[in-house]
Design a protein around this ligand. Structure first.
Ligand SMILES: C[S@@+](CC[C@H](N)C(=O)[O-])C[C@H]1O[C@@H](n2cnc3c(N)ncnc32)[C@H](O)[C@@H]1O
Length: 294
């Protein structure tokens, strides 16, 4: 079960009110949506979007029993396409949008798609099988050594990227790399048995996942679309999990404020309290930033 991160803080700053229209662009297991639904009910509208059809189906079923007198619309799609989704459903601009980026616990633990270096699963790492032909297997077995190193460096901020990409290219000459366990062992071999503070495979797995799903491009797109999605007074909250995402959000929010289009709601980035990190260690790198459209 996915434990929603920074729930109290997110709902607090987005301040959903009775009758409002809120969008959850990364519905996942619906932890944030459930709380938002309670606040906008009765008479509100919740639009929940997830790229992953399996994830969406599960959560949609879970919400069937939750009738609080609001309209619930669940749709499979990319949050970068929210303006089109709004149009398709003939919805107005929203009072609020939440994005809780990345993958859910279900993806890591139960999807069977090779998101975790601790499990032995086929390398895939796509949120949606429908999006494109790129997956973790094709990246790991198809990209040349230079491109691989670049992906691992850019999206994983991994200083040992060249050594890792060399180890991958050498290993795949003998046999294709098929599983997350095989990939993790190859990455570890590039470290010559040294073990750092975090698992040696963490940054490379992050890099491949971000690249395969075009995560940073989607984030940049939705940030550009903010005026089409939110009405004046509308709030946007984004939870990020690594510095690449946080930097994009921070800079865009600052620039919107400078242009007089938005007000930053938290002058200091919001991080989980110690108690939350102990209860849910996966929350430790989470950062929340929020703006209000003016
Ligand atoms: C961290 S989880 C969200 C968890 C959710 N807030 C909760 O409390 O259960 C992120 C979700 O976003 C989805 N996702 C990732 N990229 C997406 C995109 N571009 N568009 C829509 N959904 C996306 C993933 O499939 C995943 O289910």
């Amino acid at each position: 079960m996915h434990v929603p991160v920074l729930l109290k803080e997110t709902v607090g700053i987005l301040d959903p009110k009775k009758g409002e229209f809120f969008i959850d662009g990364t519905l996942g297991a619906g932890g944030h949506s459930e709380e938002i639904l309670k606040r906008i009910s009765p008479g509100g509208t919740l639009l929940g979007i997830d790229l992953d059809p399996e994830m969406l189906e599960k959560t949609k079923r879970r919400f069937e029993g939750l009738d609080l007198g609001s309209m619930k619309i669940f749709t499979e799609g990319n949050y970068a396409d929210i303006p089109k989704v709004i149009q398709r459903h003939r919805l107005p601009k929203a009072d609020g949008l939440i994005l809780d980026l990345g993958f859910s616990s279900w993806h890591i633990e139960s999807s069977g798609r090779g998101f975790s270096f601790a499990l032995d699963e086929p390398l895939d790492m796509r949120y949606s099988p429908k999006i494109n032909d790129l997956n973790a297997y094709s990246v790991v077995n198809g990209e040349n050594e230079y491109e691989l190193a670049k992906i691992i460096y850019e999206y994983g901020e991994e200083r040992n990227s060249r050594r890792i990409s060399k180890a991958i290219v050498t290993a795949r000459r003998n046999k294709k790399i098929r599983t997350s366990r095989e990939l993790s062992e190859i990455i570890n071999s590039a470290f010559g048995g040294r073990q750092g503070k975090i698992n040696n495979a963490t940054k490379t797995f992050q890099a491949i996942r971000i690249y395969v799903n075009g995560e940073l491009e989607n984030l940049k797109t939705v940030l550009e679309e903010t005026p089409e999605i939110l009405k004046k007074g509308g709030r946007l909250g984004i939870i990020t999990f690594h510095s690449l995402e946080d930097k994009i959000v921070k800079e865009k929010f600052k620039s919107l404020e400078k242009k007089g289009q938005a007000e930053i709601l938290n002058k200091k980035v919001i991080k989980p309290e110690r108690e939350e990190i102990i209860r849910n260690p996966k929350s430790r790198s989470a950062k929340l930033r929020a703006i209000k459209i003016i």
